[in-house]
Design a protein around this ligand. Structure first.
Ligand SMILES: Nc1ncnc2c1ncn2[C@@H]1O[C@H](COP(=O)(O)OP(=O)(O)OP(=O)(O)O)[C@@H](O)[C@H]1O
Ligand SMILES: O=C([O-])CC(=O)C(=O)O
Ligand SMILES: [Ca+2]
Ligand SMILES: [Mn+2]
Length: 642
């Protein structure tokens, strides 16, 4: 066969491999320096030098010791035998000189049970690439989508389980925490906590391998905490890798002992014969032991929000306010907070092309300003579109965890409109995946405090300017209304009131947070706003959700200061100040009464909602907000009047 036979060279070949003699040679490059396939494979991974290796060995030994202590049985006293590294790579390593990847930790113990005899492999702070491989190899339902994200399933639970979340009531927490009606803190005793802890620990060390993440929370260096997450799934490890702050190599070397530890045994149920248990799920917080145990739910949001509860306890002790809010900053340094219950727009509206993102969900407000608690964002994906939410769309790439989405089996193209697994589809990505994120995620004191409500009754105005007492009233109320159920047919909106826009996560009485917010807003001259991202032109079923385009225009006008200097009128019942004009928004939309065809029905619905507000606020009416009783009276008077 001649070289100039007119045929194109084979793909990947330059044609030079073909020689005049008509013989076909594989190639002409130098052969690989390996005699066996195993040797060839070992060339792929960069070896650690001998000096570095002994340093690494020593560090690994210390880490294993610390992790073994974390996983210690409280009845047995000593921790499990641990090995660093992937159990599957152990075989490859045998016979190799560099065995430091498999540093052992043998706890000196007299073996009394079979579990004392075995080793558990520890996969410590793995990279996203490594976690992808573990997930794809070992976790059913893990796939790489066409944009590179890791699609995964969270199992039977696709949202949090607030009714199964318990907090240990002991000498300190009994007086300090908010207990009783309306409180998210369902009590359990220390003994029951320890039973569940033992169950989780026994489950985890019975496995061949566990994942351990050592990371930080809070970008304010003076007030950050060290967290350790021990879990059984690569999905959970990658989720927390994305959501917590990722330590640098140097920070990890000096990490030491964690301030708080999560034992996530989510695949394993709790024992329903255990006192207090009402289902097979239990999420247990022990503030004294600084530990959280998860049994019977694999929904990763439990870990993120569990740690948020911890911050809601720790930060107020230092006069720092913890907030369920998004936060962004303009080019001139003007900071805005976005409060709101789930699905009202914190993530969507804080992620803004024209502004710098500080964080989408959890923040601290200290005397130094604002700091994000997390290192990542957790965006809702239902009906996500590239056109409407380009920055979130672009963040869904390699490294991002995509929970419970549906995709094309072949192309792996995600269909974001699909709700067949759940409506609560989510993407968790590191905050750097948003192009204009502020790193470190801190900013000055806020200028605007935006309260978001998705009002499916359609009676709250798209935007109102609030007085300080009104801001406090609406902050304590924490209102939103969603539509229950996804079946066809008209459904009644369901009003939800959740104190501080996050009653599921606060640990102290709501008025404690409200008092701090009032102080800080007054001190720093922040303006409060109420923005309805829900229905206009009628309630759910008649009207429609206000377009994101208009909401963004409203938010732009708040940021720019345009809305501070415009004309206002006051609405009846709620007494809200509403602007008569906002650039880019049809003026008739600004007063809901204009958009309802049936005015009587509008008035009836308005009164119905006002009544729900009133009834919800009764519980708080007798509380003095931060000692300032004048403010307490003003706040109580800032609600609806009818
Ligand atoms: N006018 C609007 N304003 C804001 N969001 C809108 C609007 N219309 C539709 N949406 C949709 O509503 C959802 C808002 O969800 P988002 O993720 O921002 O909630 P969140 O407040 O961050 O909740 P969570 O605390 O659960 O994360 C998004 O899916 C967004 O596309
Ligand atoms: O915590 C979650 O699962 C999602 C979330 O952000 C919220 O509900 O506020
Ligand atoms: Ca969010
Ligand atoms: Mn949230």
């Amino acid at each position: 066969m001649a070289a100039n036979d007119g045929l194109a060279p084979w793909p990947g070949s330059n044609g030079y491999g073909r020689e005049e003699d008509g013989m076909c040679h594989d190639d002409v490059s130098t052969p690989v320096r390996a005699n066996t396939v195993d040797e060839l494979h070992s060339l792929q991974r960069k070896p650690v030098g001998a000096a570095a290796a002994s340093r690494v060995d020593e560090r690994h030994r210390q880490q294993l010791q610390s992790i073994s202590a974390s996983l210690a049985s409280l009845t047995g006293g000593t921790g499990p035998k641990l090995v660093n590294g992937d159990p599957e790579r152990k075989k490859e390593m045998v016979g190799k000189a560099t065995t430091h990847h498999h540093q052992h930790l043998t706890v000196p113990t007299i073996c009394v049970s079979d579990s004392d005899l075995k080793f558990t492999h520890v996969l410590y702070n793995l990279s996203p690439s490594e976690l992808y491989e573990h997930a794809i190899k070992h976790e059913k339902g893990s796939f790489i989508t066409s944009s590179g994200a890791l699609a995964t399933l969270s199992g039977a639970k696709t949202g949090r389980s607030p009714r199964d979340k318990r907090v240990v009531k002991d000498e300190t927490t009994a007086d300090e925490l908010w207990w009783g009606r309306g409180s998210p803190n369902i009590e359990m005793d220390e003994h029951t906590f320890l039973i569940n802890r033992e169950r989780a620990v026994d489950y985890l060390i019975s496995l061949d391998k566990v994942f351990v993440n050592d990371q930080f929370l809070n970008w304010d260096p003076e007030n950050r905490i060290k967290v350790r997450i021990i879990s059984a799934r690569a999905y959970h490890s990658l989720f927390m890798h994305n959501m917590c702050i990722r330590p640098t190599h140097k920070e990890l070397e000096g990490f030491g002992e964690p301030d708080f530890t999560i034992y996530n045994a989510g695949q394993f149920p709790c024992n329903r014969y255990t006192h207090y248990m009402t289902s097979s799920t239990s999420v247990d917080l022990n503030l004294k032991r600084k530990e959280m145990v998860i049994l019977g739910t694999q929904y990763a949001g439990e870990m993120k929000k569990g740690l948020f509860s911890v911050m809601h306890y720790l930060m107020p002790q230092k006069q720092i306010l913890s907030l369920h809010s998004g936060c962004n900053m303009g080019k001139d340094g003007d900071v805005a907070l976005f409060f709101g219950l789930s699905g009202t727009g914190k993530t969507t509206l804080s992620t803004d092309r024209n502004r710098i993102l500080i964080g989408d969900d959890e923040h601290c407000w200290s005397d130094n300003g604002i700091s994000n608690i997390e290192g990542g964002c957790y965006a809702k994906c239902i009906d996500l579109s590239q056109e409407k939410e380009p920055d979130i769309w672009d963040a869904i790439k390699f490294g991002t965890v995509l929970e419970n989405v549906v995709f094309d089996e072949h192309s792996r193209e995600v269909d974001y409109t699909e709700k067949s697994v759940t409506e609560n589809t989510r993407a968790a990505y590191p905050i750097e995946y948003i192009a204009n994120a502020k790193i470190p995620c801190v900013g000055p004191h806020p200028k605007n405090v935006i309260l978001l409500a998705c009002d499916a009754f359609g009676v709250l105005p798209p935007v109102s300017k609030l007085s300080l007492p009104q801001t406090m009233y609406h902050f304590i109320s924490g209102y939103t209304a969603l539509v229950a159920g996804t079946e066809d047919g008209i459904k009644e909106p369901q009003a939800t009131f959740s104190a501080c826009f996050g009653a599921a996560f606060i640990t102290l009485h709501p008025t404690r947070y409200a008092a701090m917010l009032a102080d800080k807003m007054r001190k720093h001259g922040a303006t409060g706003w109420l923005v309805n991202t829900g229905w206009i032109g009628g309630s759910y079923g008649v009207g429609e959700r206000i377009s994101l385009k208009y909401t963004r225009k409203i938010i732009d006008a708040i940021h720019s200061g345009e809305l501070l200097n415009t004309t206002y009128k006051t609405t009846g019942v709620f007494g809200l100040e509403i602007p008569t004009e906002v650039e880019g928004v049809p003026s008739e939309l600004l007063d809901p009464i204009n958009t309802w065809e049936d005015r009587d029905s509008y008035k009836m619905t308005l009164l119905k909602l006002a009544d729900l507000f009133k009834r919800n606020f009764r519980v708080f009416a007798n509380y003095k907000i931060g000692g300032a009783s004048d403010l307490a009276d003003e706040i109580a008077a800032a609600g609806p009047n009818f």
